[in-house]
Design a protein around this ligand. Structure first.
Ligand code: HEC
Length: 103
């Protein structure tokens, strides 16, 4: 099951790359992630999770790792429901924060 998920995500990643806009990802991050993460613009006071800059700079963080993470379980936040476009945009935004963006 997990391998199939990864394979499917890899395909989606290839197809979806051209449309993912970091600016859209920033909006989603501010709306849905800022309660627990420093999302890079206007840091919230309360932070349960690592900042997005820290996440982006981890050697293990790639477009695929982010997409897999965001479409699977997220400990401590069971109600997070993201559309495929939002996942793509968030991944693009986080990678850009870490200097791994395509632009
Ligand atoms: C309810 C609090 C909460 C919200 C909301 C939240 N997160 Fe998290 N997040 C956490 C915590 C706590 C961790 C660290 C523990 C873990 O990995 O689950 C984490 C970890 C992560 C990681 C993994 C870092 C690693 O170690 O690989 C990513 C990526 C991430 N969050 C992205 C997001 C994104 C994108 C959103 C918004 C769509 C979001 N989070 C919203 C609490 C939250």
């Amino acid at each position: 099951m997990f391998k199939a998920l990864i394979a499917g995500l890899a395909l989606c990643g290839v197809a979806g790359v051209a449309f993912a806009e970091p600016a859209d990802g920033r909006k989603v991050a501010q709306a849905q992630c800022a309660a627990c993460h420093d999302v890079g613009a206007g840091a919230p006071a309360r932070r349960e999770g690592p900042s997005f800059v820290e996440i982006a700079k981890m050697p293990s963080t790639t477009e695929l790792s982010l997409k897999v993470f965001l479409r699977s379980s997220h400990r401590n936040m069971p109600n997070l429901i993201l559309g495929a476009d939002e996942v793509d945009a968030l991944a693009a935004y986080i990678l850009e924060l870490g200097g791994k963006g395509r632009s």
